[in-house]
Design a protein around this ligand. Structure first.
Ligand SMILES: [Mg+2]
Length: 420
């Protein structure tokens, strides 16, 4: 029997503001909570019992656990004060009872590691400890191992000045139950610093050549979104190109809190613009912030009725939109450049979801919008081109000088720019 410890209580401070409202192990990756990927993988590897530590926003994790189905028995271990990776084990010394081995996973990484193969390797050798290793692009920032010809780890150094290899600790271990009890008895704080050095000479390394990423910073987080889409579809930049369109002030006339179907009016040239884009091979995808839903001003049904009229107006031009995405979240901050919701623009969530569901290659896609929040959503989603139209609200407030975009008078001009 194999059990698993999922270490998921990290604060995710480098991912703020995203982690102001969602705990790190639940940040969405291509539309799924990060923890989902680990639950699926340990279940595939035959784990039926797991322990997950929590701290910050623990109630979110409790809700997540409650909605899980399947055979996995996942138990929460709440830490009022963070105990450290080794401390969590020290506080649960009996968790190894009844298990042959325990997989220990830092659940804030994204990886496509095959845990079944890792377990098979662990069972083949005689040492009580196996560490998953990956090829680090930046070995100086990682824990680095040296291996002998039997894959035994002969040295392990955290953040070495002169790395001997690029074999980096992936934060995934398999330990025999006896080794687990030994770690617990150390009453240590950190696995990397306090525990691993004690196992040098009696642990093996298993090198994973597949995908492995620390989702620690906003940049790596956004990259992980793309990677996850590519891992899931097996397509690396092979999807269709799309045009992501903001709605109000871009595709239809801007109305303050548009709430009725009869208020929908395509901008001049809007119908022809969509027709031209689709004929050129672009999927046309609407991405619209709909905080009136979150505020209770309109319902989902109202929005469906509004979009039905939009579709009818486009049909008059012999064209249509290929996808509709909306986010009902109510903004928590006034600054339109701050991502405080993953889905709500300037967050990239709607674009990533569309990319996943419609097999869109974001890097050959464009975004057209009338506000800085639109532009930044396209930027965060790695779109190839960003176009601001002057038919809507305008930039409204501070801009981001790191981001480059085109400014054109209207949608017709935007299409001309793209097709040229
Ligand atoms: Mg707009």
């Amino acid at each position: 029997m194999t059990k698993a410890i999922l270490l998921g209580a990290g604060l995710g401070t480098r991912l703020r503001p995203l982690t102001n409202r969602v705990t790190k192990c639940l940040v969405p990756i291509a539309g799924r909570p990060l923890l989902d990927y680990w639950i699926e993988e340990i279940s595939k590897a035959g784990v039926t019992e797991a322990l997950l530590n929590t701290h910050y926003l623990a109630e979110q994790v409790q809700d997540y656990i409650e909605q899980l189905d399947g055979d996995l028995l996942l138990t929460e271990f709440y830490e009022p004060k963070l105990l450290g990776s080794a401390g969590t084990i020290a506080a649960n010394p009996n968790f190894a009872d009844g298990a042959d081995e325990i997989i220990i996973i830092y659940a804030d990484n994204l990886s496509n590691v095959n845990l079944t193969e890792l377990l098979a390797f662990h069972r083949q050798h005689t040492d009580p400890f196996t560490m998953l290793l990956f090829h680090a692009p930046n070995p100086k920032a990682c824990g680095i191992a040296e291996l002998d010809s039997q894959n035994r780890i002969t040295s392990f150094v955290e953040k070495p000045e002169n790395p001997a290899t690029d074999f980096a600790n992936a934060g995934i271990y398999v330990v025999d139950s006896q080794a687990y009890r030994e770690i617990a008895a150390l009453q240590a704080f950190d696995l990397g610093f306090d525990v691993l050095p004690k196992f040098v000479g009696r642990m093996r390394g298993w090198v994973w050549d597949g995908y492995h990423s620390d989702v620690g910073t906003y940049k790596t987080y956004l990259q992980a979104q793309r990677d996850a889409v590519e891992l899931a579809t097996g397509k690396f930049n092979q999807g269709q190109p799309a045009i992501f369109l903001d709605r109000d002030g871009t595709l239809i006339e801007s109305v303050h809190y548009l709430s009725k179907p009869e208020q929908v009016q395509l901008v001049p040239g809007g119908g022809e613009a969509i027709k031209l884009l689709r004929e050129a091979g672009f999927a046309c995808v609407l991405v619209t912030n709909q905080s009136p839903i979150g505020q209770g001003i309109i319902t989902e049904d109202d929005l469906t009725a509004i979009h039905k009229v939009l579709s009818e107006q486009l049909a008059n031009y012999g064209t249509k939109l290929d996808g509709f995405y909306h986010c009902p979240d109510v903004p928590q901050v006034k600054d339109r450049t701050v991502v405080d919701s993953y889905e709500r623009k300037p967050g990239p969530g709607m674009l990533f979801q569309a990319a996943e569901e419609m097999q869109i290659d974001l890097t050959s896609s464009w975004l057209i919008g009338d506000m800085i929040s639109d532009i930044l959503a396209g930027y965060h989603a790695h779109c190839k081109g960003l176009i601001l139209v002057e038919t809507g609200k305008g930039l409204e407030g501070k801009t981001n000088s790191a981001v480059n975009w085109h400014t054109v008078p209207d949608l017709t001009a935007a299409v001309k720019l793209i097709l040229n």
